[in-house]
Write a protein that binds this ligand. Structure first.
Ligand code: OXD
Length: 321
């Protein structure tokens, strides 16, 4: 009897500290194809198996493990940003893919919610309520007619632009190319960043973290903003020069900042930002990843990978996104 040739099944590692099992349950290889699915929540768990793995589907995969990942050919990133995956340890043969189209709607609600928190003076009315005080002399502000400057007009920025325009805000953008974007009244090049900041009532940072954008919002950029303007950072903490932001907030040189991301997360308890009245701190929740929303992107690329076809949403390493 001829010996049966055993065909090795592709091995997938789902790496996520909290929800690896939930992501694993959404994996659907195409009909007739079989894959082996492993899960890991910690570096030691992943280290035990990474040598056999062809595909990582992961969030903040430990860079130190790439050295042992000799079979790895594709890493699908969970999450909006890919900066943590583009480390020097990443072998040049590994393709990284992003998950566009998922986070913009979450982040639009976050941005509009906090812009409304400002203009509707929610905190002030609630404080008056606690004192049984009828604050009828104070009117809310309006988002209609206010200017929102989006630093970054990729797929998330564009979704935010549509949401902001739907409530009558004027949207200005800043991008590398300065190319026109639908729904954005004017897109400035990065060289004109300060002009775009000066026009804003709200500045939203939604640009990827790359060597070119690190520290983009420095003391000069902050001083270009109106003293009545708010900064919302939903990109990466390191886009902003931390000491310069603290100075600007303490000196009331800007009205305030809504910050969802920080150079170090969790924000350490001793960090002075916690205690500033004009800083709102949220714990990196503006654009959550959920297994069900990422599944169509992963499964579509899995079918492509198994068929030897080009993957979608491939990150350009040189650009950093
Ligand atoms: C991220 C995310 O990439 O929260 O930071 O998705």
């Amino acid at each position: 009897m001829p010996a049966r040739r055993s065909v090795r099944r592709p091995e997938i590692l789902v790496y996520n500290p909290d929800e690896a099992e939930a992501y694993a349950r959404t994996i659907r290889p195409p009909h007739g194809r079989s894959v082996a699915i492993h899960t890991a929540a910690t570096e030691p768990e992943a280290a035990a198996i990474i040598g056999d793995i062809d595909i990582v589907y992961g969030w903040k995969f430990p860079a130190a493990l790439y050295a042992k990942a000799s079979r790895l050919s594709w890493h699908q990133v969970m999450g909006a940003g890919v900066d943590w995956a583009l480390v020097p340890e990443l072998p040049p043969t590994v393709v990284i893919t992003r998950a566009p189209g998922v986070f913009g709607t979450w982040m639009s609600e976050y941005v509009l919610g906090w812009c409304l928190w400002v203009t509707q003076r929610m905190e002030t009315y609630r404080a008056a309520q606690r004192e049984q005080r009828w604050l009828g002399t104070l009117l809310p502000g309006r988002l209609r007619g206010a200017t929102l400057t989006l630093v970054g007009v990729g797929d998330i920025g564009r979704t935010i632009a549509r949401a902001a325009a739907s409530v009558g805000m004027k949207v200005i953008g800043v991008s590398r190319s300065g190319r026109a974007v639908p729904g954005v009244s004017r897109v400035h090049r990065v060289a004109d960043l300060h002009r775009a900041l000066a026009a804003a009532d709200f500045v939203v940072l939604v640009v990827p973290l790359t060597p070119k954008t690190r520290g983009l919002i420095d003391a000069r950029a902050l001083s270009a903003m109106k003293s009545s303007a708010w900064l919302l950072n939903i990109g990466r903490g390191a886009l902003v020069d931390d000491p310069a932001l603290l100075d600007a907030l303490r000196g009331k040189r800007i009205a305030g900042a809504v910050l969802d991301v920080f150079p170090r997360e969790p924000l350490p308890p001793e960090h002075p930002l916690w205690r500033l009245d004009n800083a709102v701190i949220t714990p990196h929740i503006s654009g959550p990843s959920t297994p069900d929303e990422l599944a169509p992107i992963f499964n579509d690329n899995l079918a492509r990978w198994l068929a030897g076809r080009p993957l979608r949403h491939v990150v350009e390493r040189r650009r950093g996104y």
